[in-house]
Design a protein around this ligand. Structure first.
Ligand code: CMP
Length: 139
């Protein structure tokens, strides 16, 4: 059964562009409630751990460098069918393939600088949310 939480990051390109407000507005308007939120910057080590699942991929080094290059916003979001509905809202990983009206179509620059992260499964939503937030930081 689908759980009702997912995890997102607004990535360095979107933060640098002053797009935090626009992206959060789209998230709220799509019916997601923000359960936890943090403005922070990943070190290379922390970014490497977060994306460890991609360690064997050719783009891993670029991904870690990029994700530690500037501040990000991390958040846990709540909604019925959260993981699937959020992936629909953000659109395809490659913004050139993202549907019109999706967050990546509007805000992403490239496949690496693609504005937002969204968990790809309920299991990863749980792992990723726990990576950033303690139980005392969720409301
Ligand atoms: P995200 O949803 O955060 O999860 C893994 C990230 O790897 C993905 O978004 C992309 O930003 C990045 N990624 C995937 N494929 C490539 C690629 N071919 N080159 C660079 N980055 C990539």
């Amino acid at each position: 059964m689908a759980t009702n939480k997912t995890f997102t990051m607004i990535k360095p390109d979107a933060v640098a562009n002053n797009s935090i407000g626009g992206i959060l507005k789209m998230i709220n308007q799509a019916g997601f409630r923000i359960v936890a939120m943090k403005y922070t910057q990943l070190s290379k080590e922390t970014a490497g751990k977060f994306y460890e699942v991609h360690a064997a991929r050719p783009f891993y080094g670029e991904l870690v460098d990029y994700m530690s290059s500037g501040p990000i916003v991390a958040a846990i979001l709540e909604k019925e069918n959260a993981v699937a509905d959020f992936r629909t809202l953000i659109g395809a990983t490659d913004p050139t393939k993202a549907d019109e009206g999706t967050i990546r179509k509007i805000y992403a620059k490239s496949i690496a600088a693609n504005a937002v992260h969204g968990s790809d499964s309920d299991e990863n939503a749980e792992i990723e949310g726990n990576f950033y937030f303690s139980s005392l930081e969720r409301f």
